[in-house]
Structures are given as structure tokens and as C-alpha cells.
Design a protein around this ligand. Structure first.
Ligand SMILES: Cc1ncc(C[n+]2csc(CCOP(=O)(O)OP(=O)(O)O)c2C)c(N)n1
Ligand code: SF4
Length: 300
């Protein structure tokens, strides 16, 4: 057992959330997200609840772990339900430490949605973070309901027909205290939202568009730049929703063409990619977001 992988759950402060020796691919958005989560935690020691996904594989084989905090590997569908129990026990024990779900889009948009909905409706004291790589990465890159229209996956070889599910709208409809989108190319915004979420009680939902060079057929070195482009061209809006009703937009598109983002990923070289339709979808999303932010603004 090396120092990098020896489980150490005895210290009171968290020295490393994700240690060296983890199995994440080069350029994985999860690695950045977990490092920044560690920074925002500022020594607080969460319990992590992680369903079947790359995020739990990266821990390594029991009894070693790349995670420096207590981590529960849950079944694919149940991370929010398990976290509900953990948060309740921690509250009964008067432990003032966060309970965090860290899950892929498969465990969030698809199979875990029922337990997320139940925990959100009960307003459990959980921070739920979805790293959305828009596929089932761990099992070979199958499509999920987070996969965008036109993307080639191992189960949509000509390109996916259906558009991406609007998970933020679903969580907003539960009127959760806080929901926000995160970009690994916008560090200060990312950290601020993590801190806001950590300082808020009740069910909080964060989602990051998480570059996955393996599934996106992109270069590892382009990962951060890809997310910068996704925000700049308007495909991935950065915004916050308070109590499911009040909206705040954090960055406006700057006119960067959508092709700048798509052309760096071979997953978008498909028969079904309809650029004008995708552009219209992005415009519609922005119309809706701007209307919500203007009508129901979040004031400090
Ligand atoms: C009920 C059930 N069905 C299927 C699986 C196999 N499985 C494990 S991880 C996974 C994909 C996870 O995808 P996602 O949540 O998007 O995370 P990623 O792998 O992309 O990190 C699947 C299908 C499982 N563990 N349990
Ligand atoms: S397959 Fe994708 S999400 Fe999974 S570890 Fe590799 S880069 Fe990260």
C-alpha cells in the first residue's frame, strides 16, 4: 500500500479529497472538479456518496482508496437515497459536515432521477454534484439522456436523435434552495458557486459539463478550452437558480461560433448533426433563460 492510496479517514480535516494514484483519464473534467471541491471545502470533511460511474472506479480497489474522505459506493440508482440516510444520521449526531453526492449523468439524468426527485422534494440536507460527460463513460460510452442531439456514442453510432434533457429545469421545478451550472474553465465562478452551495442548507444541485477525452474523442490538452468554448458560444450557459424561481445569469455568449466547440470533438462528426437545429435550440434556451432572469431576478 502506498501513501497515495492508503485510506486515511481518521483525520479531522480533509488533506486531500482526490489523491494521486486515482484512475481518471488524462484531461478528465472530474479531476479538476474534485480538486476545486477540495479547495472550496477548506478542510471540511464530507462523506461522499458515489454511484456506479467513473467517479467510483477512480477510488481504486478496496481496501485502498484514492479518496481522502469516507466514501460510500452506492448502487447506480440510489446515491441520493443513501446520502439522505447519511445526512440524517450526521444531523442526529450533531456533526456539522457536508454530505455530498458525486455522480455522472447516467446516475443523475437517468437511473438515479427517482431518488434525486425524492430527496429534493424532502429537501434533504445534501449537496448533489453531477459531473456531466454526456455519456455512460465507465461502461464504454453509451448514450444517456444528457447526450446532445447529433452526438455519436457506442449506442448511437449515426448520432443521437433526441435532444439533451434539461436537468436544471427539473431540479428548479422541485424548488430546491440552490441549483447552478459550473464550468471548469471559470475557476472563480466555480469556487464561488461551490461555496454558496456548501453554505446553504437543504438540497443543493450543481452540474458541471465535464470534458471526457475518451468519450468525446478530443485531445486531453483541449479539455479546459473546450468548456471555455462551450460557454463562449452559448451552448453551456452559466447560471444559478435560487429556490427554483429566481434566476441569475453569470456569463453571456460572446459570439464565438458553435463550430469552434464542435470541430474539436470527433463525436460530433455524425450523420444526424443538424447545425441549424442545434443553433436554434441554443437560441431558444437563451431566450427562456433571459426571460426568467429578467422576470424573476435573483437579488443579493
Ligand atoms: C442497475 C445497473 N445497471 C447498469 C450498471 C452498469 N454501469 C455501471 S457504471 C455505468 C455507467 C455510468 O455512467 P455515468 O453515470 O454517466 O458515469 P460515467 O461512467 O460517465 O462516469 C453503468 C451502465 C450498474 N452498475 N447498475
Ligand atoms: S472515461 Fe471520461 S469521465 Fe471516465 S475517467 Fe475517463 S475522461 Fe473521465
Amino acid at each position: 500500500m502506498t501513501a497515495a492510496t492508503t485510506p486515511d479517514v481518521t483525520f479531522e480535516r480533509c488533506d486531500h479529497l482526490l489523491r494521486a494514484g486515482n484512475t481518471n483519464c488524462a484531461g478528465c473534467g472530474m479531476s479538476i472538479g474534485l480538486q476545486w471541491l477540495h479547495e472550496a471545502l477548506d478542510g471540511r470533511k464530507p462523506v461522499l456518496c458515489i454511484p456506479a460511474c467513473c467517479g467510483i472506479v477512480t477510488a481504486g480497489a478496496f481496501p485502498t482508496s484514492a479518496y481522502g474522505v469516507p466514501t460510500i459506493a452506492t448502487t447506480f440508482a440510489s446515491s441520493a437515497a443513501v446520502a439522505s440516510g447519511v445526512a440524517t444520521v450526521r444531523a442526529l449526531n450533531r456533526e456539522d459536515q457536508p454530505t455530498i453526492c458525486w455522480a455522472g449523468d447516467g446516475g443523475t439524468y437517468d437511473i438515479g432521477l427517482a431518488t434525486i426527485s425524492a430527496a429534493a422534494e424532502r429537501n434533504e440536507d445534501i449537496l448533489y454534484i453531477c459531473y456531466d460527460n454526456e455519456i455512460y463513460g465507465n461502461t464504454g460510452g453509451q448514450r444517456s439522456s444528457a447526450t446532445p442531439q447529433g452526438v455519436k456514442t457506442s449506442t448511437t453510432t449515426a448520432g443521437k436523435a433526441e435532444p439533451k434533457k434539461d436537468i436544471m429545469a427539473i431540479l428548479a421545478a422541485h424548488r430546491v434552495p440552490y441549483a447552478a451550472t459550473l464550468s471548469v474553465a471559470h475557476r472563480e465562478d466555480f469556487l464561488r458557486k461551490l461555496r454558496t452551495a456548501l453554505d446553504t442548507s437543504g438540497f443543493r444541485f450543481l452540474t458541471l459539463l465535464s470534458p471526457c477525452p475518451t468519450g468525446w474523442k478530443s485531445e486531453a490538452a483541449d479539455s479546459v478550452e473546450l468548456i471555455r468554448l462551450a460557454v463562449a458560444c452559448g451552448l453551456f450557459p452559466l447560471y444559478e437558480v435560487f429556490d427554483g424561481r429566481r434566476y441569475r445569469i453569470n456569463a453571456e455568449p460572446d459570439g464565438t461560433p458553435l463550430e469552434a466547440y464542435l470541430s474539436k470533438q470527433r463525436r460530433y462528426r455524425s450523420e444526424t448533426l443538424d447545425l441549424p437545429a442545434l443553433t436554434r435550440q441554443i437560441e431558444q434556451n437563451w431566450k427562456y433563460l433571459r426571460a426568467m432572469a429578467a422576470t424573476f431576478p435573483a437579488t443579493d
